[in-house]
Design a protein around this ligand. Structure first.
Ligand SMILES: NC(=O)C1=CN([C@@H]2O[C@H](COP(=O)(O)OP(=O)(O)OC[C@H]3O[C@@H](n4cnc5c(N)ncnc54)[C@H](OP(=O)(O)O)[C@@H]3O)[C@@H](O)[C@H]2O)C=CC1
Ligand SMILES: O=C(O)C1=N[C@H](C(=O)O)C[C@H](O)C1
Length: 267
């Protein structure tokens, strides 16, 4: 399968170049980065710390989507809608790891999914897919006397908050409780907040250093507490999941897919 990477100069982009290069059955169709980005013109292999691959980084996503069977997008919310449109036009599968997408970007993915496979996951690791299933199950088992709080910590460069994974874990908890997260979420607290409103799902965000991604969902009851955690120790887990997802998309019908589909897990 010919796999293209958009945002190849980024933290995840470089991991993805390495992952494609070492995966049987995958070849690098091309790599793009933002117009004006320092990575432009460089050999993608050298950029990613490998030997030369003979694939230059360009700012031409049209050519990339024309050449690739699947494209992996870990870029920015502003970039993803164009990638969705190009995926639909070229019937190229699109694997979206980018988080912090707004409604317009989500809508662009929904439209593209009418023409091509769109696989979206705020966290491509096996561990977080399992964590999410566990959170839903525990939330279903406990009544609202158990307060749910979600804490995440990421590196100092992260630009969106709460993380896409934290929000997805909140969605899992809300599904388990059979409530709408939008009605129940408390995204920040500051000053004289008053006591906690029963049934709400709270989020707290920490940023610092080079933390790759830690998530903990706490169910706080009377006299006891359950904590479910995942800690990413390497970005390799996200890149491996994304390339696995791209290969899984080969021959799939247009539509929206998640890592749960790729891993064949029952929710
Ligand atoms: N789903 C998952 O498993 C994971 C998701 N993520 C998400 O992936 C995204 C990227 O994270 P990370 O790699 O750390 O971020 P980086 O900022 O390191 O990388 C993003 C890259 O995309 C480039 N870019 C921006 N706009 C465009 C564009 N229009 N076309 C092509 N490239 C573009 C950036 O260029 P420039 O820097 O020049 O602007 C940069 O090279 C984030 O949303 C993050 O939350 C991260 C890890 C795991
Ligand atoms: O920006 C990151 O780095 C990460 N972002 C994703 C998120 O927002 O959940 C996934 C991972 O935790 C790393």
């Amino acid at each position: 399968m010919k796999i293209g990477i958009v945002g190849g100069g980024g933290r995840m982009g470089q991991m993805l170049i390495r992952q494609v290069a070492r995966t049987d059955g995958a070849t690098l169709a091309g790599v793009t980065d933002r117009e004006g980005a320092p990575a432009l013109g460089q050999d993608a292999g050298l950029l990613a710390g490998l030997g030369p691959l003979g694939v230059p980084v360009t700012a031409d996503p049209v050519a990339l989507f024309a050449a690739a069977d699947a494209v992996i997008d870990f870029t920015s919310p502003a970039a993803t809608p164009l990638h969705a449109k190009l995926a639909a036009e070229h019937q190229t599968a699109l694997i979206v790891g980018t988080t912090g997408l707004d409604e317009a970007a989500e809508e662009a993915l929904a439209v593209a999914a009418l023409s091509t496979p769109i696989l979206q996951a705020p966290n491509m690791s096996l561990g977080v897919v399992l964590l999410s299933a566990l959170v839903e199950r525990v939330a279903r088992s406990l009544d609202i006397d158990w307060d749910i709080e979600i804490v995440e910590m990421h590196h100092r460069h992260k630009v969106d908050a709460p993380s896409g994974t934290a929000l997805a874990l909140g969605q899992a908890a809300a599904r388990g409780r059979n409530v709408d997260l939008a009605d129940q979420s408390v995204r920040s607290r500051d000053g004289f907040t008053g006591p906690r409103t029963p049934g709400t799902i709270g989020f707290a965000t920490l940023r610092g250093g080079d933390v790759i991604g830690d998530h903990t969902v706490t169910f706080a009851g009377q006299g006891e507490r359950i904590e479910l955690s995942h800690k990413a120790q390497s970005r390799d887990i996200f890149a491996a999941g994304a390339v696995r997802a791209a290969l899984w998309c080969s021959g799939r019908s247009p539509g929206r897919y998640t890592m749960t589909d790729v891993l064949g897990l029952d929710q």
